[in-house]
Structure formats: C-alpha cells, structure tokens
Write a protein that binds this ligand. Sequence first.
Ligand SMILES: N[C@@H](CCC(=O)N[C@@H](CS)C(=O)NCC(=O)O)C(=O)O
Length: 197
Amino acid sequence: MTGMVRSDMLKLYYSPGTSSMAAHIALHEVGATFDKHAVSVPRKETRLPEFLSVNPVGKVPVLMIDGRPLTEVAGILFYIARTFPAANLLPAGDVEAEAQAISWMSYVASTIHPALRQGVAEARELYAVADKRLGNRTWILGDRYSIADIHLFRVYWRFRNQLERKPGDFPALEAHYARMMERPAVKKTIEIEAKAS
Ligand SMILES: N[C@@H](CCC(=O)N[C@@H](CS)C(=O)NCC(=O)O)C(=O)O
C-alpha cells in the first residue's frame, strides 16, 4: 500500500508545537516521505490569504495529498493510518476497536483540546474524566498503539503544564505521556519542531 503514495505526494502544513504535531508524529511513525511547509500560528500566518486558500478555516494541520487539502487532525491521522497499514496505527477488521479510536479522537478534539478556555478548574475536571476513562490501559485501545494515542498525547503534551498539577494528579495521562515520550517518532518530531520554532 505504501507503494501507492509517491514520494512527492504528501505535504504537511504545520506550525511547531501546535495541533499539526499530531500529524507530524504519525508521518514519522509510518516512515512516510513528505514535504513540510511551516505556517506560524504565533505570527498569524494562518490568517494570510495564501493559507486561507488552502484551508478557509485558517488552521493547521493541513495535509496536501497530491495537491488536495485534507484538514482536521482526526481526518489526517485516519488517512495516514489507512494509507500505511503496515504501521498498524488503526485496527482493521475490528469495527468496535476502530470506533473506539474515532470516539477518542472526536472527544480529544471537541472536549479536551478546548478545555482550558473554560478556566483551569473546569479544565482540570475534564482532564480528570479523561484520566479515568484511560484508566490503567497501556494505550487507548488496550495493548494496541493507535492514532488515538497520538491525538491525546499532543493535546496533553501542550497543556499539561497549565493544569496546576500536583503530585499524583492525572496518573493515567502522566503514564501515557511518559510512554509516548519514549517513542522514536515522538522524540524525532519534538526535536525537529523545536529547531523550527
Ligand atoms: N479542530 C482542528 C483544530 C486545529 C487547531 O486548533 N489549530 C490551531 C493550532 S493548535 C491553529 O491552526 N490556529 C490558528 C488560528 O486559529 O489562526 C483540528 O483538529 O485540526
């Protein structure tokens, strides 16, 4: 299947340390060859006409697939997982597990990602629910690493220092974070994005 993706086919529009990091990690996980185009969120480059012509919503990530834009972290992660099945980033032939991955990605995007906009106290409550939901699983789908883990990790990585954590807070999210930080694709992405910012 990977042979169907030409090396000049994929281009990631990204801004270091933002939502696009999830797509960046996934592309490294599957070993894809891709181009990158930096669009700075802090410098408001996502609001410039040339970027709005790529994504009228004005947000990264965007994955260009042979010139066609694909937006939203969850959609991009799904595309990467299905295009590179050898990397096993999304179960195939197990509808319930697949639906659980989609359920988590939808939950991360709609509830966890914007949580801090409601204030730290409210966000802590929402993260505590996510922590309970993750429980003592190694990965979101149990023993299977998936794109849902990448999505959850990116958001927790970004916001964990704004949650006024005390020792012992969010034990499941912290353990998941530590496991993710050991993955070569995560280390590589953080290193590249730190240099680019
Ligand atoms: N729902 C979107 C959220 C993406 C998003 O919030 N991107 C932010 C960076 S974390 C962005 O590009 N913001 C730029 C802006 O709003 O101008 C997704 O899942 O891809």
